[in-house]
Design a protein. Structure first.
Length: 329
């Protein structure tokens, strides 16, 4: 069932996010169909840029892993070997080094392009997966285009379904939800832009290769609470260990990410995004797991916006319940 709803939900969210772009183009006297097409191209361009950033990170990290692995094992042997000997534990470090090197050589290719090619070859072995992915991609683009084209008409049709006595309430809840999501999207865009510059400059000062790609990728991952910043920090930690080993550069990365979290968590997000979503951290983690299970990767991305909509409905339901004669008796 979720396989059916996921493309439509994805198309709706993308159309909602791109609608301000479409309206801005229409105000500059572009035909609506042209404005919708350009907005879609901009959205797809952003997605491709994010993917290219990830590929750029892979191109930097993969060769370093293959190069540094034997040195890691030798350093580990020099540090851990004497301690294990005290407990009469002897490891065959030569066999460990040879086996690990063979595994890395087998599973990690020389660059990200080859890795992506092998991944695509694996996917292509399953014809049904390719057909399903292609159909879903076309369906998302088709639905998104017509939502951008006929957004007002679509909601007029939805409004007619609502009983007349409930239309004022539904309209009020819709406006409340729209304001909440608009604030969230605008605020997150500004936060991501500021943090992209911060992380890129900070990691460049540390001296990490691919600092701009890593900084922008980390900032974009802020949209996934907790998990995103953990992923960005893990990649930065891995990069500095691969390039410099334990040292002052590692301290620099810790300082950059510590200051970044402080700046984003205590100043930017409260002021630009606000606390209006009002979800408890446990509720956020539950939403990530729940919607991720239902809708996959897009569910993780959309967990907070969907939760915000759910929160509006829950607050309204609770208000009606507490004001009801049955509750007050």
């Amino acid at each position: 069932m979720t396989e059916i709803f996921t493309p439509f939900l994805t198309a709706f969210i993308l159309a909602y996010a791109l609608r301000p772009v479409c309206l801005w183009l229409e105000r500059h006297r572009l035909p609506r169909a042209v404005a919708a097409g350009i907005a879609m191209i901009i959205g797809l361009g952003i997605i491709l840029c994010i993917l290219s950033l990830f590929v750029s990170l892979l191109k930097t990290e993969i060769p370093l892993i293959k190069t540094q692995l034997p040195t890691w094992i030798e350093n580990t042997q020099a540090w851990l070997g004497p301690k294990l000997s005290e407990f009469h534990i002897d490891l065959d470090w030569g066999a460990l080094k040879t086996g690990a090197t063979q595994k890395i050589t087998t599973h990690l290719t020389d660059n990200a392009d080859s890795l992506l090619s092998s991944t695509l070859d694996t996917i292509l072995m399953s014809g049904s997966s390719v057909v399903a992915g292609f159909v879903n991609a076309v369906l998302i683009l088709f639905v998104m285009f017509y939502l951008l084209l006929d957004w007002d008409h679509f909601f007029q049709l939805v409004t007619k379904i609502v009983p007349l006595r409930a239309q004022d309430t539904v309209h009020r809840l819709t406006m409340h939800t729209d304001g909440l999501l608009s604030q969230y999207l605008r605020g997150m865009f500004i936060v991501i832009s500021i943090m992209s510059v911060f992380y890129s400059v900070g990691l460049s000062l540390v001296g990490i290769k691919g600092a701009v790609a890593l900084g922008v990728f980390t900032a974009i991952m802020i949209i996934i609470p907790y998990i995103g910043i953990a992923l960005g920090f893990t990649l930065a930690f891995l990069a500095v260990i691969l390039q410099f080993g334990p040292g002052t550069q590692l301290v620099g990365v810790l300082i950059v990410y510590g200051l970044g979290q402080f700046l984003e968590g205590f100043f930017l997000t409260p002021r630009l995004v606000g606390e209006r979503i009002g979800l408890h951290p446990v509720a956020v983690l539950f939403a990530l797991l729940f919607f991720g299970k239902l809708f996959g990767f897009f569910g993780v991305l959309l967990a907070l916006p969907i939760s915000a909509v759910s929160l509006v409905l829950m607050q309204y339901s609770w208000s009606r319940y507490t004001q009801s004669p049955w509750y007050q008796k």
